[in-house]
Design a protein around this ligand. Structure first.
Ligand code: ZN
Length: 251
């Protein structure tokens, strides 16, 4: 069984201090590929420094929480190309934070969606409190754009709208919580559009606090999703890993 963690911040504490152990424990649970997104300019070199690690793939972008930084499309392109990145991310909209104007966030997002389309790279999308606005923007870039709406915690209707635009939906900690709407979404979607992630160390699983989550826990996400969908764990792992390999062109 092989699994892919399509979103994990290995550059953050406590993961960055114990990379060898984190990667070994992940491999022991079958998690062989991990995509590590950057989120601001300072994190770009930190992410690039992980390029040599086995099974680690990189993404570069400017997160909406850091939308005050200037995004220079040419510079982003060279980072993506020079480092062999598999995605643009993480990028998105977060209207639950007050730090930046919505217009600023939208401008920064659009600039990075352009880059993704130009380089034919998928995007890792963060979205909070801005789903309608996000869908309007994505509609402009479909069908050139591919990618995932990450850390999905909402219901099946919203998930289907992203899938209709050609995107995949990434499920992590939220889907392991029994009362989560995401459990209904993960059952309703076509399996070809589902990928898995942890977003470690940012999001907890059912009974596992965020600070303790690491890539190995994508195996627990897979177990829950397999149970919900009524399929064997091996089949769920194979299919979702194929989806991730195809989308991010993982070797
Ligand atoms: Zn993230």
């Amino acid at each position: 069984m092989e699994l892919v963690d399509t979103h994990c911040h290995l550059t953050e504490s406590p993961l960055k201090e114990q990379l060898d152990g984190v990667l070994t424990r992940a491999r022991e649970r079958g998690v062989t590929r991990i995509i590590v997104p950057a989120y601001d300019h300072a994190s770009w070199p930190a992410v690039r420094a992980l390029a040599h690690l086995p099974g680690v793939a990189l993404a570069f972008g400017l997160h909406p929480w850091e939308a005050g930084e200037e995004i220079e499309p040419k510079e982003l392109k060279s980072w993506l190309q020079d480092c062999g990145a598999v995605a643009v991310g993480e990028v998105g909209l977060d209207f639950k934070i007050e730090r930046f104007d919505r217009a600023v966030q939208e401008r920064v997002l659009r600039a990075q969606l352009e880059v993704a389309c130009d380089l034919e790279l998928p995007v890792l999308l963060h979205c909070r409190g801005a789903f309608e606005e996000m869908l309007v923007i994505l509609k402009e870039y479909a069908p050139r754009l591919t990618g995932v709406i990450h850390a999905f915690s909402r219901g099946p209707e919203l998930a289907a709208r992203f899938v209709a635009l050609g995107l995949c939906v990434a499920f992590g900690g939220a889907v392991t919580r029994p009362q989560s709407r995401a459990q209904k979404a993960v059952v309703a979607l076509p399996l070809e559009r589902i990928v898995l992630e942890t977003d470690a160390p940012s999001i907890g699983l059912d009974k596992i606090p965020a600070a303790e989550v690491e890539p190995l826990h994508v195996a627990d996400v897979a177990r829950v999703v397999a149970e919900l969908r009524g399929v064997e764990l091996g089949e769920l792992a194979d299919k979702t890993s194929d989806n991730a390999r195809r989308l991010f062109r993982l070797r």
